[in-house]
Design a protein around this ligand. Sequence first.
Ligand SMILES: [Zn+2]
Length: 156
Amino acid sequence: MAICRACKQEIPDGATKCHLCQSHQTWYRNPMVISQLFTLPMFIVLYIFILRPTWHSKDFEDYRDQFTVDQVSTTGSTDRHLTYKITNNTDYKWENVSYEIAMKKGAQLLSVENGTEYSWVIRPNGEALVTAYVMNPPVGTDTYEFHITDMKTNRF
Ligand SMILES: [Zn+2]
């Protein structure tokens, strides 16, 4: 004879269920244990899809100094096409560059334009070009300053 795990009464050897209290005698037949087994994969899924992306996404402000910008060309007269080469000195891939262009006459700031290139990607320790279009820049503009304001890291 065996002993029931729940009521401690004698039950037949090999019984999977106690005939007195109806308790399951093997862990894999116990509905309570089975339902708890599902919580582990649930936490793994939660980790992969919700927590991991935020831990791995970088803040551009922390890496700002590791990017350099060189002006490649300026074309057009009334509408300006300004092309810049961005060099990424980080070990991460970045995308969705946001920038501002400050238009100056000497030291005087005439205007600022903002733009974002959503399909833009730069590889780790790589280079990429960005072309900004400025429609009708203020008369007298002699300098265009390009500043990166934000980028996003690849989430996975
Ligand atoms: Zn029992």
